[in-house]
Ligand binder design. Structure first.
Ligand SMILES: [Zn+2]
Length: 161
């Protein structure tokens, strides 16, 4: 119930803007300018899937950071973005006041938007629904029965637009 997802408007708009510009032109200069301009983007890689080659690449990819990938131009262009922190993040909210304190873990901006996602909805259900009683099952079966918060593929946070 108390887990919500938010998006930092500023960090997200940097990503949106980058994708829009790359969609128009994936020239090396454009890509390097974007990496230099936006501090929440470590690295951009643009891959032409038809020609199977890297069109442009700039920055330093941090393996411990977040990789997002987007398909542009009807799926022919793959754009990798490496962000120090995702613009989407989740917060535990217990009281109404908690929501006022929510800020972007990367830039600290409080201008965030709540995401109504199926992911959060799934968490809701799993918290509120009673779990089946396993105590009558034989131990051999019980130990193989997993009642976790498994998230179906469709409910996982989306990477692509
Ligand atoms: Zn931010």
């Amino acid at each position: 119930m108390p887990l919500f997802e938010y998006e930092c408007i500023k960090c997200r708009s940097n990503v949106d803007d980058s994708l829009k510009q790359i969609e128009k032109s994936s020239a090396k200069k454009i890509v390097s300018d974007l990496v230099n301009k936006y501090d929440n983007i470590n690295h951009i890689g643009v891959l032409d899937l038809e020609k199977e080659k890297v069109v442009a690449e700039h920055g330093k990819r941090d393996r411990g950071a977040v990789d997002l990938d987007f398909y542009l131009n009807e799926g022919t262009l793959l754009v990798f973005l490496n962000l120090p922190k995702n613009y989407r993040f989740s917060e535990l909210i217990y009281e109404e006041d908690d929501e006022k304190k929510v800020k972007c873990p990367y830039c600290g901006n409080k201008k965030v938007e709540k995401v109504v996602s199926s992911f959060a909805f799934t968490s809701d259900l799993s918290t509120d629904m009673p779990k089946p009683d396993l105590s009558n099952l034989p131990p051999s079966v019980r130990k193989n029965t997993f009642l976790g918060d498994y998230i179906e593929e469709k409910d996982r946070p989306k990477k692509n637009k």
